[in-house]
Design a protein around this ligand. Sequence first.
Ligand code: ADQ
Length: 467
Amino acid sequence: MSRLVIVSNRVTVPEPGKPPPPGGLAIAVKAAFKNRPGIWFGWSGKIDDNPNTEPTVAERDNITYVVTDLATADYQEYYNGFANRVLWPILHYRVDLAEFSRSDLSGYLRVNGLFADKLSQFLQPDDTIWVHDYHLIPLARELRSRGHQNPLGFFLHIPCPPPDLLFTIPRQEQSLGVMSHYDLIGFQTDNDRDNYARYLQISGAHMGRDGQSYQHEGRVTRIGTFPVGIETAEYARDAEHAAHSDFLRELRESLSGRQLFVGVDRLDYSKGIVHRIEAFDHFLETEPNWRNRVVFLQITPKSRAEIPEYGDMGRAVNELVGDVNGRYGEASWTPIRYINRPYGREDLAGIFRLAAAALVTPLRDGMNLVAKEYVAAQDAEDPGVLILSQFAGAAAELEGALIVNPHETEGMAAAMKTALLMPRDERKSRHAVMYEAIAKNDIEHWVETFLNSLTESKKPPFMAQIR
Ligand code: ADQ
């Protein structure tokens, strides 16, 4: 078996007793190493302005973590700049929030070159290289230009919008346009993949007959859909176990028989937290009978705090939570419990199991693992209800959810009431179809199908399909 080399922006070397930072990508990627030895390469999360510092290497389980620091300018231009103020908003359909500067783009390209330089010394010719997410789109070109001919795959964890939006990325030919150096590009949904295929067509790419591959300078790149999953069976076990913990007992007691709604998201404008709270507000306003009978627990660790749009959004949420609690709250009841902290996986799984409904209502999301974790955590005999945005990639798979449009306050409020009143039989049948989907398409399935497809991409019969 060839070694697997995974590259992602941020790599956290596990420390005993320290929970990993919340984030869907790291959780998914870690699972790829389960039965494979390999290297996980990326940014350490530290800033160091000495250009000669060598990457740090640490072994944990069967993973070799290789992490490198970033200089202040790199961090600002690559991470806080082009990746998170241009690519993240535009790929989440928020052109209005994008802030472009040429120096940020050159910082982005420079850091991709730097990653390629630092990674090169660790690569062997038969390694399979899998690059993750929008921070590292040009990495394949950088690696190829340093002579690496390894199988090279890329997976985009976030959405891919239609071409009109992609073309708003200034100088997009330098970022999105250099993906032909990969052998395989994976997307979360068919919609994302098809959007990228149309972008390629409009850009004049030489498409294969199947519409899912293209050729550039003698290299064939395949595109495909690989919806990311979770460790479904393990998660379900954790949730069952957590149901008996002291933590859960305390939480259950604190509810005094009230129903629980749960929302779990990084603090990010794509997650629709403001819209969700407005809908809960509307629900309490129009359904006075439910006041004092339901608690909404929103768990939201802060992320990307140095980017102004994130600070603005954090303040908007604080204000709204205070407003709703002030208007409806009573001495013995706080309608919204709002927490800016990560929780351990087991505690979170237990919270999901206890909750009558999960509010997973992003304005856009590549997939959204919280939706899948909520389904996995339920008691199949008495499951809760998933309220899910039609704009989460997960909506394509989770047909048993109550699908909502997060831009329609009344519709979301109505779904909250429907969830609370849904008969057990309907909850069970909805849950059963969703559980079946996430058990089949679990994380192992995602890893296997992507890596098999990457191996296939290198084989001659596939190459012959190109006109
Ligand atoms: P994220 O935007 O980070 O991921 P998501 O898929 O929901 O979003 O994953 C978040 C993960 O962090 C979940 O596993 C969740 O349990 C965990 N988490 C969130 N808040 C937490 C908290 N307070 N405490 C502990 N854990 C917490 C990106 C894309 C998604 C895509 C994933 C994976 O934006 O669309 O699903 O990558 O591809």
